[in-house]
Design a protein around this ligand. Sequence first.
Ligand code: IVH
Length: 699
Amino acid sequence: MYTKDQTKKLQAETESLVKKKNIGIKDIDSLRNVLRFHEYRYYILNDPLISDYEYDQLYKALENIEKENPDLITKDSPTQRVAKGLTKEFYTVSHLVPMLSLDNSYNSEDLIDFERKARELTGENKIEYCVEPKFDGASISLIYENDLLIRGATRGDGVEGDDITTNVKQIKSIPLSAKFSDYGIQQIEIRGEVLINKKNFSKFNEKLMEQGEVPFANPRNSAAGTLRIKDPSEVGKRNLEAFVYHISYFSSLKSKKISDKLKHHSDSLEMLWDLGFRSPEKEKKIFKGIEPVIKYCNEFETMRDDLPYEIDGMVIKVNDLVLQEKLGMTSHHPRWAIAFKFKARQATSKLLAVEFQVGRTGAVTPVAKLKPVAVGGVTVSSISVHNEEYIKEKDLRIGDSVLIERAGDVIPQIVKSIPELRTGKEKKIHFPDKCPVCKSQLYKEEEEAVWRCTNLDCPAQVVERMIHFTSKDAMDIRGFGDANVRKFFELGLLKDIPGIYELDYKKISELEGFGEKSIDNLQKAINNSKNQPLHRLIYALGIRFVGETTAKTLANSIKHLLDLKDLSQEDLQNLEDIGPKVGGSIYHFFRNKENIQMLHQLEKIGLKLKNEKKDLAKGGNLNGLSFLFTGTLPTLKRSDAETMVEQNGGQILGGVSAKLNYLVVGEDAGSKLDKAKKLNTVKIISEEEFLKMIPSTKS
Ligand code: IVH
């Protein structure tokens, strides 16, 4: 898409725009080109050259110019992804060409059979195939006319789908315009798959669960569900991605002939890639004959879990477009392509019982106990079934056969029960009305699906709050762990969060399995946690609906944690992404005397309730210095290291450039390290050297 020279030129243009004080109308084209270039670097190549901050500054500059000069707005300006208001209805539209399915194959015999038929029908002896991943998402159709994206639609029934253009524009890896005219094309219909990558999917599901909502079973459902949301800005927040893999129709310009480059399927993948789309150009491979195809499919299956997104197989396509035409299609699938499906990540098992667990916020979660079954390489014997409604919706009964799915590293879910296999002996699941641990009456808010134990002293809640407090993403007290929290609590050695810092190590040393070394390590880990940044402490408190992002927002808006007790619900709701539900929960937490008392106690113990960023940011000793981290750091989490930089007045850059002062290198550092070495101006340091630059960790 961009040559080396173009990249250099655009990067220089970026740097001059970033520095420029009075960006104006004459910079409008340059701004758009530069923004498109950086979107491409970020969303297609996954290799940004500038920081999010710099991108945002340039984006805002363009927005301001367009606000003052609305007549200069173009349909494909980077600002035009944003839609105003809600979608009332998704209109039904016809696809230019029906969206067919693919025939499936499961083993080498099936593929050999596919090859045999293809040979018979074409009369060709050695057929060339293009093999690419089968993306496991929601399929879409895109239409571009005169180089502009004019429509995005769901598959629907294959003949008609829903017009979801406004939502499709939120997907940054789908260009708003592309130079199809260079290839002589006037109108084109492209097929592709919308995905949500595994990392974003997990984050999104965690957020749903934090809010007491039911998570999606897999990234596919989540992507498909998101495409049908009526609020485009919400779609934008979910970071969908798209791969395009097929051209189903094109017409030629009057003035220009269709490029003679488009003779093979692989040529279309290349054209789409060159025009700025994310096609499987790098993943695809071309082979003559079916034997090497089978080998490649099997090899790819072993890499399945290493990919950032879900795939459920490979697609094998006859590469020559003339042969494709000759082979034609059935009413269901083309005869020139076949899907090779990977081993299923679904399995059936028996629902043996349902247990009820009480979480840190008192939520009572039903957990299905299953006859152990292997799904996608792990044995599953217990799965959360979320809440009463979910059980009803799925019509789950004890004794039922159930279908289980485990997508990649995603938590396993029950997809459905299989009523056809019932014997009549299955039993209904009864939800308790008393807390299974402390026996107090359970309570359910009107619009909620979750039953709760409201007794804050319920032993289950107390323990779960402490487990959350010590956990990796919270105070990260290594070596403490669920088992120790439970053990110390049961033995009366630990009763609340401040108690973590006042453990009687003498008594612990008398317990089995606690040698001098392990006690020493535990003590050190507990002490170190006192220095955790404020946002981690806020998250660790386990306030309902307050996840890591909200904790950061809160930490950034106060000077001291106890400032939060002086904020009204309205003040709280004025903060980014905090609505009435989250705001209300924070407000009540800080109106509770026992919570305030606990915070005073923690401060006395030595935990950091002060926002050091507010103190240091301006006069911090990293002032004016820029940093970038690459590879896995030996002890620090990347996000914490970045917070440390910012807290000390430094800046995080998005990529290696002449503006970068320090590259902090961990294990398996990749291209960033090579680039930095070439530049010569960047200091390359280790985590240890970095930590020496931070005041509180110097000694
Ligand atoms: S080609 C006319 N290529 O799989 C055939 N499909 O099970 C066009 N899919 O409906 C489809 N990855 O949604 C093709 N690389 C790929 C694909 C792919 C995923 C989906 C597509 C299709 C479904 C069939």
